[in-house]
Design a protein around this ligand. Sequence first.
Ligand code: SAM
Length: 219
Amino acid sequence: MRNFLVTDAIRDYAAQHGSWLPDDVVRDLQARTEALGGVAGMQIGDDEGQLLTMMARLVRARQAVEVGTFTGYSSLCIARGLADGGTLICCDVSEEWTAIGRRAWDKSGVGDRIDLRIAPALETLRAMPADPVLDLVFIDADKPNYTAYWDELVPRVRPGGVLLADNVLWSGEIADESVSGENVDALRAFNERVAVDDRVEVVVLTAFDGLTIARKLDA
Ligand SMILES: C[S@@+](CC[C@H](N)C(=O)[O-])C[C@H]1O[C@@H](n2cnc3c(N)ncnc32)[C@H](O)[C@@H]1O
């Protein structure tokens, strides 16, 4: 097995060899996000963005949900992979951050595919119909609520649909028992919950900051 540290140069190389390269709209979105300061680190990278687009295409997503939108980059990546007529519901609590996203979505021509709901995500999810119609879900908001988001979302995903959850390895600290804290403890509980959930089959990718990919099984 090969092990190596993924430097910025390696990550850039990987992204540059994917199918979709950032255009001027995305570069502008990324620059506006960088200008916000340290919170910019919450934005996913171009390599993960390419994966989100591909996942949306692989499941032929028409109905998708994102929990944690920030400045809208991951949502742009999902939206560009939606099937014709597809919709992405975006959940966030920040008008300020998501306004940056709206601008980029409109400039990219995907604004009409995105339904932004500003409210605590649990409220938004609980208000959604209970039917299993979702094709794709991306969870990337407050870590202490990951398990609650999972519990709301799994029943709403169709058989064969996919749930993704970001940051599940928490910079590798997840496997270091000497480390504890609100976020890492919540993510450990989330990972335990997902691992024994017989409604899904699961892979935990060691790419990015750890990405769970879960496919809903037939009932
Ligand atoms: C890690 S960022 C999302 C990054 C985004 N997916 C991207 O790649 O650009 C987390 C987001 O979750 C939002 N958030 C935090 N708590 C929330 C809650 N209870 N309900 C909805 N959104 C929440 C924050 O406002 C923030 O924008």
